[in-house]
Design a protein around this ligand. Sequence first.
Ligand SMILES: [Zn+2]
Length: 149
Amino acid sequence: MRCPWCGAVEDRVVDSREVERGEAIRRRRECAACGQRFTTYERASVAVVSVLKRSGQLVPFERAKVAAGVRAACKNRPVEDSQIGELAADVEEAMRELGSQVTSEQIGLAVLERLRRLDDVASVRFASVYKGFEDVGDFARELGLIEGA
Ligand SMILES: [Zn+2]
């Protein structure tokens, strides 16, 4: 880490501790050239996306839940499981680009947009049901009930 005082790149860590409830590590560094101390913070670079549900509840984004919802809509349709996985990964990526907090509706719309390109029938099934539910996982459960009836 380049010293902000003299620009030298050699330093040693004199202290290292978890901060922000374990979400970051704070390191005190001492420049080997000028002896000045400075601080660096280290954070995981995979951003966590939270989903704001209609109820106001905030839950972590789960790609597996999205995939489960899409899989339910694609039942008996010519859609490969690998395509469902790709769709869910693509939706996750799109949500990350929107920021650290998205709504369940934004997820639903992102799924719908992509599902339309994969299979019309599945997208219509998805569209007709997901709007009334809290999230895609609820949709998957509901579809399971409908088809089992
Ligand atoms: Zn220095």
